[in-house]
Design a protein around this ligand. Structure first.
Ligand code: SF4
Length: 217
């Protein structure tokens, strides 16, 4: 893994090269409130963005509060979210999530990681995405792009996105937490792509462990 000073340097460079947090950005997948952000995040598990969007649109046309969601039958929820796959499991999670939200939080989505993680169906990635996008917290949410980029560069050394998130939080300078997710995700989409990383134009190639190893191979 990179040293503390190299981690700082990586952030300095990507902060100059990539756009940061967009002012007024809406929740994940453009969802306007925390409840819909959580549900959208649940729907996105192992689903393409366009299928998640289609499922979310169909579901929120039927209900967009925990109470109205619980008034729907499982069959109706499952039929609406079918495009995003795993719809029986996701239907169960949505129901359990809504029940817990009403029973333990008065129907209001909590804004802390601890509170979010206590809800059925919400894992570290969803909790961090909702905290960052919906509540504007300084948290680096780790999706597939951030996970890949961090472990290639050597910011982290982790097999799972959750572990990457833990290490990243511990190893990132405080000033990078606000926009770090946005810089890293853009680096992953534009340059450090999954199949063909564009190392020749990458602003951190001389610091990157993946690049160094590839160079030696
Ligand atoms: S040098 Fe290559 S592998 Fe390393 S971060 Fe840049 S694009 Fe990714």
């Amino acid at each position: 893994m990179l040293s503390e000073s190299a981690v700082e340097e990586v952030y300095r460079r990507i902060s100059r090269a990539m756009p940061g947090r967009t002012k007024g950005a809406k929740g994940p997948k453009g969802q306007p409130d925390a409840f819909r952000s959580c549900i959208s995040c649940m729907l996105s598990a192992q689903s393409l963005d366009r299928n998640t969007a289609a499922a979310a649109k169909a579901l929120f046309a039927l209900a967009h509060t925990p109470r109205t969601m619980l008034a729907l039958s499982d069959e109706r929820i499952a039929a609406a979210i079918k495009p995003c796959g795993l719809y029986n499991m996701k239907t169960r999670n949505i129901r359990r999530f809504c029940e817990a939200l009403l029973a333990e939080h008065g129907g209001k989505v909590p804004s802390t990681r601890e509170g979010l993680l206590s809800l059925p169906g919400i894992g570290r990635k969803c909790a961090d995405i909702v905290m960052s996008f919906t509540f504007g917290a300084d948290v680096i949410a780790v999706d597939t792009h951030v996970h890949r980029v961090c472990n290639r560069i050597g910011l982290t050394e982790a097999k799972t996105a959750d572990r990457t998130a833990e290490q990243l939080e511990a190893r990132s300078p405080a000033w990078a937490l606000r926009d770090g997710h946005f810089w890293l995700i853009q680096l992953g989409k534009r340059i450090c792509r999954a199949r063909s990383p564009r190392c020749d134009v990458c602003p951190v190639s001389d610091l990157c462990e993946f690049y160094a190893a590839r160079d030696q191979a």
